[in-house]
Design a protein around this ligand. Structure first.
Ligand code: ADP
Ligand code: CA
Length: 486
């Protein structure tokens, strides 16, 4: 660097000095930011886990789910997760219509299991909900008195458990559809609307949420966001505001179109239409049935098709039985028996199979003789095994003939059992709603996470260190070298 000449004007500052000055200024700012962040953001948060219990009283059986979440993140999306599931022994609670007193007792063992999972000091504050679905809807239509007694029995047992009892009731088909839709979208992180996700969603013109397809034993639900406006059937529409966004959701629940009820409907039709005496056999108990299998997939599909009345539709488009169905929109998560059956048939794997491949896989399974199937899958419950052929064909009929999925949009169906550690189903959405854990508006930006805090620390330190190293290099070099630089 040249010696400054003594003149009347101020000496000109060199570029190096200017840069150093700016860097020095920036590093001072960085240090101030660092201290501010350290003081305001790095307070340790108390670790407090909360729990909730939901019993899914389905038509075939009852499942008890235990969920947990960090108390301080209650309103975030995707923080609640399933930590335990307990399958109640015996039939669903609607199966106790002739033994109503014992419906509650059947739940005792699973409630004990939940007591083991949740720390005892938190039992009292842990809410417990029971929601009964289509089995109880049917019982209530057939024999209201028996349904009420079953509900009183389960309520008595749940009240006597050490948890915070919040109610036992029959949920409507609409609720079942809506809560299933909320569950999967919550777990898939589709309600997250902050930062990059928001930007991505605005760039992509794809649907932001996933539709929900739930197949139970007694009913089945279809639920998805529909932009079709105005709706021809307002009773199928639900409006939600979740995390600051409005959703217009179509849902319908078909009672008696769960796979067990559909099989009964089909068998009843078989009996009516048969000429042969073999199906009316006096040597079997009343109500018991002997079925001679034929293993004919094509014929099976044709006989199932008769369950869907496609002849009259008072709207522009229908699924079946004159029920409005707007155009299918977006991807779909298909769970419960949709998943159990397709998983058994090895047809899930995020659905890479074309529709005709799926149909031929079901066809070959149906064609296998029963003795061979029994031997190959001896570990599987015989009731399920004997029905997988029907169930596979029924699922294809419902999706293809009922909802009119086709080979183009088939790939948009994803068969899923779990998302992370949580089962796909209506229970999580039900609990999130009843505990007010889904805010209508987007929660305020959370304080800096520990990771971001450490990242910021490292970045600021690096800036400081580089400034110092640079300064040292510039000012502590031999004079001849410095001359060369400037
Ligand atoms: N491993 C399995 N394989 C095949 N089907 C299953 C399996 N586990 C459960 N299911 C069936 O899933 C359905 C679950 O329905 P459920 O929830 O009890 O009835 P709903 O929702 O109509 O009240 C039943 O048809 C049951 O038989
Ligand atoms: Ca169910």
């Amino acid at each position: 660097m040249d010696e400054p000449k003594v003149t009347g004007t101020k000496p000109k500052m060199s570029w190096t000095r200017k840069i150093l000055l700016i860097l020095g200024f920036l590093s001072t700012l960085a240090a101030i930011a660092l201290i501010t962040v350290a003081v305001t953001q790095n307070q340790p948060l108390p670790k407090n886990t909360k729990y909730g219990i939901v019993l899914d009283a389905g038509s075939s059986h009852t499942n008890l789910y235990v969920y947990e979440w960090p108390a301080e993140k209650e309103n975030d999306t995707g923080v609640v997760q399933q930590v335990e599931v307990c399958k109640v022994e015996g039939p669903g609670i609607s199966g106790y219509s002739h033994d109503t007193e014992n419906a509650g007792h059947s739940l005792v063992q699973c409630l004990r299991q939940a007591q083991g999972v949740i720390p005892s000091k938190q039992h009292q504050e842990t809410p417990v909900y029971l929601g009964a679905t289509a089995g109880m809807r049917l019982l209530s239509l057939e024999n209201k008195n028996a349904a009420d007694k079953v509900l009183s029995s389960v309520e008595k047992t749940l009240r006597s458990a050490p948890f915070n009892f919040q109610g036992a009731r029959i949920i409507s088909g609409q609720e079942e559809g809506a809560y299933g839709w909320i569950t999967i979208n919550y777990l898939l992180g589709n309600f997250k609307q902050s930062g990059w996700t928001k930007l991505l969603h605005s760039l992509k013109s794809v649907s932001e949420t996933s539709g929900a397809l739930d197949l139970g034993g007694a009913s089945t639900q279809i639920t998805f966001v529909s932009d079709e406006s105005p709706s021809e059937s307002p009773e199928n529409l639900l409006y939600f505001r979740l995390y600051g966004k409005d959703y217009r959701v179509y849902t319908h629940s078909f009672l008696c179109y769960g796979k067990d009820q559909a099989l009964q409907q089909k068998l009843a039709r078989d009996i009516q239409s048969t000429e042969s005496n073999s199906i009316h056999d006096p040597c079997f108990h009343q109500g018991q049935l002997y079925v001679m299998g034929e293993g004919n997939y094509e014929k099976c599909r044709r006989s199932i098709q008769n369950l869907f009345n496609k002849t009259s539709c008072p709207y522009s488009s229908c699924s079946f039985n004159g029920i409005y169905l707007p155009p299918l929109q977006g991807d779909f998560g298909a769970f419960s028996a949709f998943y159990f059956v397709m998983n058994f048939l090895n047809l899930t794997n995020d659905n890479p199979f074309a529709l005709d491949k799926v149909a031929s896989a079901v066809q070959s399974f149906c064609a296998r003789p029963w003795h061979e199937v029994k031997e190959a899958y001896h570990q599987i419950k015989e009731k399920y095994l004997s029905e997988y052929c029907f169930s596979g064909a029924y699922i294809l009929s419902l999706l293809e003939n009922g909802y009119e999925f086709n080979k183009e949009n088939w790939q948009r169906i994803h068969f899923l059992g779990k998302i992370g550690s949580s089962d796909a189903g209506w229970t999580l959405g039900y609990m999130l709603n009843l505990t007010n854990m889904i805010p209508a508006e987007e929660p305020a930006a959370p304080p800096l996470s520990h990771g971001s805090y450490v990242g910021l620390m490292v970045l600021c330190s690096l800036v400081l260190v580089s400034v110092l190293v640079l300064a040292w290099l510039l000012f502590h070099k031999p004079k001849c070298l410095q001359k060369g630089i400037v």
